[in-house]
Design a protein around this ligand. Structure first.
Ligand code: GLC
Length: 448
């Protein structure tokens, strides 16, 4: 090969590699930008609103599991009035709680749609006492309050005649025997998604129920492309058979940090997603705030659920919890929004977060301390320590630092009783430079 020719080849190859790398980088930053609002949001409100609120029974599952006949279940449509529904109040309350987005059940597994879909008649307009589209005004109210719009959409539709599953014990058909029928269902559900995407341009789609079929059967990849066609920046939760963007653990707070970069715990305030008048097993605001902080500590979001009644009012217990969240999140906003996951276990007895620039460490104090707070293994010098929300400066002491050892001393912080928040106090430790932790095993005394 002559040298000129090989130079051309090398130049071309370099150009090719450089452009591919650049494209990769661009893709990454675009993705980073796309997820930024979600990563920074930290708190979202989940809303399960549907006909199941009428009797106060399990959403969809009550007929699927045979506790009520399908016919009686559907009778609830007659008393789904939305008579006192005030979407502006809903959105205002969500905003006040400190949440940055909401995810509402546009359609649950029972197939009852909150909007005026032209696919089928089982919806708030054509077959409920409300006789109107109850989704559009809520989406509008969210936008007015500058909240991001998330739509929950159940892939299974147990009421639809061309869907395979009807109840736990009854299947309508098998896809291999009636592929045409299944295709009709896929067109139906993708048609509904097209309506949602084109009318609302949601920021997030929250799928559910993907476990009933494989990715190929759902045509999951095609569905993902369809959503992106209408809204290139839409974020999709994990329940689309491997075609989603972020993980959604449910009810149980993860103990170790989940592997995916973005994740969100969804959780009920009592034991039910939808409104159930008999369910008074509410967690307290304090318990829920602790759960929220556990999510922050591991770098995730909390999607906290409410279940409005059939007339559109939000149960009083739920309003109170949202208001208490509002007080607490407002006071401690700097430690919450856009924060990074906190310290690995071992450095502090409790949850922590870090500011975006990694120069402020936030210590959450879940209990009344009976002595100073302690940080172990912190190499940074400390510029200032203060109470978040009040600004009170706190004194600290570094003990057990040996001049000959690289092991940092123990940082003791005095937190006076009068500074404690009713729910959870937060202390900001302003560091000199980015957080720098000692992560080794310790050192023996070689000289004294
Ligand atoms: C489960 C249930 C469903 C509920 C959802 C919320 O998947 O099937 O009823 O809406 O959890 O995450």
């Amino acid at each position: 090969m002559n040298t000129r020719f090989s130079k051309i080849i090398i130049a071309l190859a370099t150009f090719f590699i450089a452009t591919t790398l650049l494209q990769g980088q661009k893709q990454q930053t675009q993705d980073g930008e796309k997820f930024q609002w979600f990563g920074d949001a930290k708190l979202g409100i989940f809303i399960h609103w549907g006909i199941y609120a009428v009797n106060g029974i399990d959403e969809s599952w009550s007929f699927y599991n045979g506790y009520i006949s399908h016919k009686d279940y559907l009778k609830q449509t007659e008393r789904f009035t939305a008579a006192n529904y005030d979407p502006d109040y809903w959105a205002g309350l969500i905003k006040k709680s400190g949440a940055k987005y909401a995810v509402i059940t546009s359609k649950h597994h029972d197939g009852f749609a909150l909007w005026n879909t032209k696919y089928g008649d089982l919806n708030a307009v054509k077959s409920s006492a409300a006789k109107r589209d109850v989704l559009s005004p809520f989406v509008k109210a969210l936008r007015k309050n500058k909240l991001k719009v998330g739509l929950y959409y159940s892939l299974p539709d147990w009421s639809y005649n061309d869907y395979t599953h009807f109840t736990r014990n009854e299947r309508r058909y098998d896809i291999k025997n009636e592929p045409e029928r299944w295709n009709r269902f896929v067109n139906y559900y993708q048609g509904q998604l097209t309506e949602l995407m084109s009318s609302y341009k949601p920021d997030l789609i929250w799928f559910d129920g993907d476990w009933e079929h494989s990715g190929e059967e759902w045509k999951a990849k095609e569905t993902r492309d369809l959503l992106h066609h209408y809204q290139p920046n839409v974020i999709i939760n994990s329940r689309l058979r491997g075609h989603g963007d972020y993980d959604t653990p449910e009810q149980g707070v993860p103990i170790a940090r989940p592997k995916s970069e973005y994740w969100e715990l969804c959780m009920t305030m009592n034991d039910s997603w939808g409104y159930q008048h008999n369910d008074k097993n509410y967690k307290t605001a304090n318990q829920l705030i602790r759960i929220f902080v556990d999510c922050l500590n591991l770098g995730g979001n909390l999607l906290l659920d409410i279940g409005p009644k059939a007339d559109g009012t939000i149960p009083e217990e739920q309003v109170k919890i949202l208001e208490e969240f509002g007080r607490w999140t407002h006071k401690h906003k700097e430690a919450i929004y856009a924060s990074n996951a906190g310290l690995p276990f071992g450095h502090y007895y409790g949850p922590t977060t870090l500011s975006k620039d990694l120069q402020t460490l936030y210590l959450f104090v879940p209990h009344r301390p009976n002595g100073p707070l302690i940080i172990k293994g912190l190499k940074n010098k400390i510029n200032r320590i203060r109470v978040v929300g009040t600004g009170t400066k706190l004194s600290h002491q570094i003990l057990s630092k040996q001049y000959w050892s690289s092991v940092p001393g123990l940082t003791y912080i005095n937190l006076p009783e009068g500074e404690l928040d009713d729910q959870m106090t937060v202390v900001a430790v302003q560091l000199k430079g980015k957080i720098d932790l000692y992560r080794e095993d310790g050192q023996v005394i070689e000289s004294n």
